[in-house]
Design a binder for this molecule. Structure first.
Ligand SMILES: [Zn+2]
Length: 119
């Protein structure tokens, strides 16, 4: 999976599409949808006694959007980008920006089996 909880993403389509990073709060439906902070927000009316709204009233919450509508935000490119996977010379697997090569994070530890010749 290319997007994980806690990632910063750009929303690429829909009413909330904006070129700014937002945080992924949750991955739902087996990775088909994501909940992104402040995106696709709805107001739900709840009765008194709701754990998050003891007085009742309106509760603001984010609804899931399709994972295909978000792109991982690259700090160097300053926008959402496509993500690639790369092995370094020690065989550690990382998520990288396909545009500029920026390394987002290491997703699996060094494994000599995948070690590449250093370039
Ligand atoms: Zn980049």
């Amino acid at each position: 999976m290319r997007i994980k909880k806690g990632d910063l993403v750009e929303v690429t389509t829909g009413a909330d599409a904006r070129k700014q990073p937002r945080k992924v709060l949750e991955i739902v439906q087996d990775g088909q949808k994501v909940i992104v902070e402040g995106v696709n927000r709805v107001y739900k009316h709840v009765k008194r006694g709701h754990p998050k709204a003891p007085q009742g009233g309106r509760l603001s919450l984010e609804m899931p959007i399709a994972i295909s509508n978000v792109a991982l935000y690259c700090d160097s490119c300053k926008k959402g980008v496509r993500v690639g996977v790369k092995y370094d010379d020690k065989g550690a697997k990382s998520r990288v920006c396909r545009k500029c090569g920026h390394v987002f994070n290491v997703i699996s530890p060094a494994n000599p089996k995948y070690a590449t010749q250093s370039k």
